[in-house]
Design a protein around this ligand. Structure first.
Ligand SMILES: *[C@@H]1O[C@H](CO)[C@@H](O)[C@H](O)[C@H]1NC(C)=O
Ligand SMILES: *[C@@H]1O[C@H](CO)[C@@H](O)[C@H](O)[C@H]1NC(C)=O
Ligand SMILES: *[C@@H]1O[C@H](CO)[C@@H](O)[C@H](O)[C@H]1NC(C)=O
Ligand SMILES: *[C@@H]1O[C@H](CO)[C@@H](O)[C@H](O)[C@H]1NC(C)=O
Ligand SMILES: *[C@@H]1O[C@H](CO)[C@@H](O)[C@H](O)[C@H]1NC(C)=O
Ligand SMILES: *[C@@H]1O[C@H](CO)[C@@H](O)[C@H](O)[C@H]1NC(C)=O
Ligand SMILES: *[C@@H]1O[C@H](CO)[C@@H](O)[C@H](O)[C@H]1NC(C)=O
Length: 713
């Protein structure tokens, strides 16, 4: 093309001064041709480099083990290790007798053909074991990893399925566990990477063969589940590319592209005007959009577009990610930071339930989004969901958990209302077992028993990130200690129960310390001091990060965030009350009875009496104070921790956190609906007089009211 266009000019020039000019013309042709070829190569080189390089992180995650929990969050994680999470491998049949530990076709147990119980447990227990350095749990995850990897089939499949039964989904959480193990302990690098390579070769064959196991699965249900969650598998492929580059890289790129292209469910297609459902008229599993509407899938899917952008280099996915998060919380968000979805998202009704699985998956997605894209909104929301929505659903000792939490759930008992609504407004809060909101071993369904342990460990790992070779960023605030080649930094704090963070940094070379400033901070009462000298706090408007250069040697940084009580409007004339990253709920008191634990499919039977741990029980919790209360937001008053006061362990036990808020309010008439508080009444006539009520951190208020009607007293 280029040569033919040059021809006429060459011909014209040659008539004037043939010899000399010919040399000039030839030179010109050669130069232009060379330039064209170079341009062509350059453009293709850029495209090639781009298409074989992952988009860098805004704040690169650190390997598991670089960030360790300290203070109250270490106490929470140790409690988790002593509770249900830390004993599942000892007795919980979906873990200790999992199909994954038996080999293809050799029996074993799981609660569904998705075979996801052991993978979920492994994904949470690997980082839990390493972050608190618990040898008993390390031994368990090592044995499980060794057993599963030794059972890898000749053709490379990992997991219990026979060839005709294969579907990719449950590999995603298992591989996330494997990659965390390889990061935490270099002894595991070689076996993990080797096994994943063999698996990825097989994956390539399967996807090229009519998308076996991805678009084609024996029960189709398994396939679309895997498709909505496929980005969780792509995360592990990207981990291989980033940490263990090899001659297999081109195949890994092909696998990422095929996984995405061969999915019928793509999250960037869902969050489009006219497609996305702000209110869901048919909240039932026959809804064709069920894979998008399921609360847990939505929580996982929030990060999907950011994962895809890392390999597609499509920057439209930055805005698509924001749309996904913003719409999800605008139309289906709970005040505690989780997604309302009683199996399926419906609307914003404060009696709508939300799964514990949804809370932990939402927390992981939001942390990932901040690391990938660096927008402060994601980090604020990651703290919100992990500091509120997750702990409220577990008893203080973490032996028992809820399947569903309701923003307005003043009791957690077996619901004896008409639970036979096959197409009722709720799927589970009142349907099926009636036990979804009780605290127990596996109320309603076992998935959250095995999936909840990832919540704290992933949060802690993502709480710091690196910025180039010279910076470390405190991304999710809380007590922690980070160690890298650059520095060791210890953050001593009771955050989010108190807002002073004291850092001791030791660095041979000096570094840039980045401190995240949450969007709720009050600039006039917040302070930052480096070795006692005040520094003006200047957060970046996008990331929220304040950059603080630290000299070599030991330095002390004191960072205090000022805050004010916030009453954020919710539907139907209600508010949710916050101070900092904590949501405060009406303290409705607490009294409980308990029973033997029930199998999920026998919620009304006599219970299991032969389990080896007497701590495993089901709890039924009732309120002991008024719940039908309207408040006057003008009277909200915060009462923080006293100077020198410590935090108890476990901190999210009912009555444990020292912080509270007082407010004046009164009782109003409030109808029940299917056994729980119905729509918020518009009539705010007080009966009885004005009283002072107490609001407490939501995570500690296992039964609670968090969307409170407003009244002017
Ligand atoms: C798994 O735990 C149960 C108790 O819940 C126990 O009876 C069983 O023997 C255990 N299985 C194995 C393989 O250890
Ligand atoms: C790393 O894994 C190996 C193999 O399981 C184990 O022997 C070793 O104790 C582990 N190291 C640490 C620090 O946990
Ligand atoms: C393609 O998939 C089908 C169905 O599972 C299987 O029978 C066949 O052997 C596969 N072909 C290859 C080349 O793997
Ligand atoms: C980039 O992503 C946007 C948003 O999902 C999509 O509309 C567009 O088609 C994508 N572009 C390419 C080149 O794939
Ligand atoms: C979504 O974005 C709109 C417009 O920026 C904003 O007003 C709203 O508060 C956001 N919603 C949430 C839940 O953050
Ligand atoms: C608000 O109340 C009306 C009826 O009083 C009800 O139909 C609607 O669902 C309520 N909205 C929410 C989000 O609870
Ligand atoms: C049940 O009550 C006991 C005694 O007050 C308390 O220690 C325990 O935390 C309560 N359990 C739940 C689930 O509320």
């Amino acid at each position: 093309m280029i040569f033919s266009r040059l021809k006429p000019r060459v011909a014209a020039a040659s008539t004037a001064a043939p010899r000399k000019r010919r040399g000039y013309v030839v030179d010109t042709i050669v130069a232009l041709a060379a330039a064209a070829v170079l341009t062509y190569l350059y453009v293709n080189l850029i495209t090639w480099v781009e298409m074989s390089t992952l988009v860098p992180w805004a704040f690169a995650p650190l390997p598991v083990g670089s960030v360790l929990p300290t203070g109250w969050i270490l106490g929470e994680m140790q409690t988790m290790a002593q509770g249900m999470a830390g004993h599942e491998y000892d007795f919980y049949i979906y873990v200790n007798e999992s199909r994954w530990l038996q080999g293809p076709g050799n029996g074993g147990t799981d609660y569904s053909p998705l075979n996801e119980a052991l993978p979920y447990w492994f994904n949470g227990l690997v980082p839990l074991a390493y972050l608190i350095d618990n040898n008993r749990l390390k031994g368990q995850v090592h044995t499980a990893a060794e057993t599963v990897l030794n059972l890898q089939t000749e053709d490379g499949w990992i997991g219990p399925e026979i060839p005709s039964d294969r579907n990719f989904w449950a590999r995603a959480p298992f591989f996330l566990g494997l990659t965390q193990l390889a990061e935490a302990n270099s002894t595991w690098e070689k076996p993990v990477v080797g096994a994943l390579r063999r698996f990825m070769d097989l994956t390539n064959t399967m996807l090229r063969n009519n998308s076996q196991g991805h678009a084609i699965c024996p029960p189709h249900f398994q396939c679309y589940w895997g498709q909505t969650r496929v980005h969780d598998l792509i995360v592990s492929i990207q981990w291989m590319l980033e940490n263990h580059p090899s001659t297999q890289d081109a195949l890994l790129w092909e696998n990422m592209n095929m996984f995405y292209d061969q999915s019928d469910y793509k999250w960037d297609d869902w969050y489009q005007p006219g497609v996305y459902q702000k209110v869901v008229d048919d909240p039932w599993i026959t809804n064709p959009d069920y894979p998008y509407l399921h609360g847990v899938n939505a929580g996982q899917g929030l990060k999907a577009s950011a994962v895809v952008r890392r390999f597609s280099h499509n920057d439209s996915l930055i805005a698509a990610s924001m749309t996904a998060v913003n719409w999800t919380f605008e139309y289906h968000g709970a005040p505690s930071g989780t997604i309302l979805g009683d199996e399926i998202q419906r609307d914003l009704a404060p009696h709508m339930g939300s799964e514990l699985c949804t809370a932990v998956e939402t927390g992981y997605s939001l942390a990932y989004l901040y690391h990938a894209l660096g927008n402060n909104y994601y980090a604020d929301r990651a703290e919100l969901v992990i500091y509120n929505a997750m702990p409220v659903m577990m008893t203080g000792d973490m032996w028992a958990h809820q399947y569903l939490d309701q923003p307005n759930g003043p009791w957690a008992v077996v619901n004896t209302e008409d639970y036979s609504h096959p197409h009722g407004p709720f799927l589970f809060t009142t349907a099926h077992s009636g036990a979804a909101t009780t605290f127990g071993m596996e109320p309603q369904y076992p998935c959250c028993t095995v999936n909840h342990p990832q919540g704290y460990p992933k949060f802690v790992t993502h709480s710091w990130g690196s910025v180039g070779d010279t910076g470390l960023a405190h991304v999710l605030l809380g007590p922690s200690k980070v160690t890298t080649n650059l520095a060791t930094i210890d953050c001593d704090t009771a955050y989010p129960f108190d807002h002073t963070l004291r850092y001791t940094a030791v660095s041979a070379s000096g570094l840039d310390l980045y401190l995240r400033v949450p969007s709720w901070y009050n600039p006039s009462t917040s302070t930052l001091a480096l070795d006692g000298s005040l520094v003006a706090l200047q957060p970046d408007p996008e990331t929220g990060m304040h950059k603080l250069p630290l000299p070599a040697g030991e330095t002390m940084v004191t960072y205090t965030l000022g805050a004010a009580v916030r009453a954020e409007p919710r539907a139907n004339g209600t508010v949710a009350v916050y101070f900092g990253s904590l949501l405060y709920a009406l303290d409705v008191g607490s009294a409980n009875t308990s029973s033997l634990p029930h199998a999920f499919d026998d919620a009304r039977g006599t219970g299991l009496h032969d389990l080896p741990f007497p701590q495993v029980r089901d709890y039924y919790v009732k309120n002991t104070h008024k719940w039908n209360v309207a408040i006057d937001v003008g009277t909200l008053e915060y009462h923080g921790m006293n100077e020198g006061e410590g935090l108890p362990t476990p901190v999210f036990e009912y009555g444990a956190p020292p912080n509270y808020i007082t407010v004046e309010g009164c009782e109003i008439a409030w109808e029940l609906y299917l056994g729980t508080p119905g729509d918020v009444p518009q009539d705010r006539t007080c009966f009885g007089g004005k009283e002072t009520f107490r609001l407490v951190p939501y995570g500690s208020a296992k039964v609670h009211m968090s969307e409170l009607p407003v009244v002017k007293l």
